[in-house]
Design a binder for this molecule. Sequence first.
Ligand code: SF4
Ligand code: SF4
Length: 104
Amino acid sequence: MAYMTGLTRAGQPWTPQFITKLNHHQCIGCGRCFKVCSRDVFSLVKRDELEDSLDDEELDDEDFDDDVLYVMTISNVDDCIGCGSCAKVCPKNCQEHAPLDLAA
Ligand code: SF4
Ligand code: SF4
């Protein structure tokens, strides 16, 4: 597979890890990923509004924690630069990241 790569300042290749998913059931709405992302990829939304917008498969028979009023969503996935900062600050490991397969 051929993945999208970039270069460090020293000219060394590195492979960006782009966000692909965010698990709303694990999210506690702490906002850390929102604050650390320099690309405005995330939006904080009311949990009950998100539930209304999900289909049955996405709800996956799991109930949200009633104490969680807000959850994070991915609103601008194409603006992600694959820096991985959101994964480092998330206390619940909500996000999944992957390199971009240029052949896909
Ligand atoms: S990987 Fe970086 S740019 Fe992409 S969503 Fe996370 S913090 Fe934002
Ligand atoms: S850092 Fe994790 S738990 Fe906190 S809002 Fe973002 S996805 Fe949710």
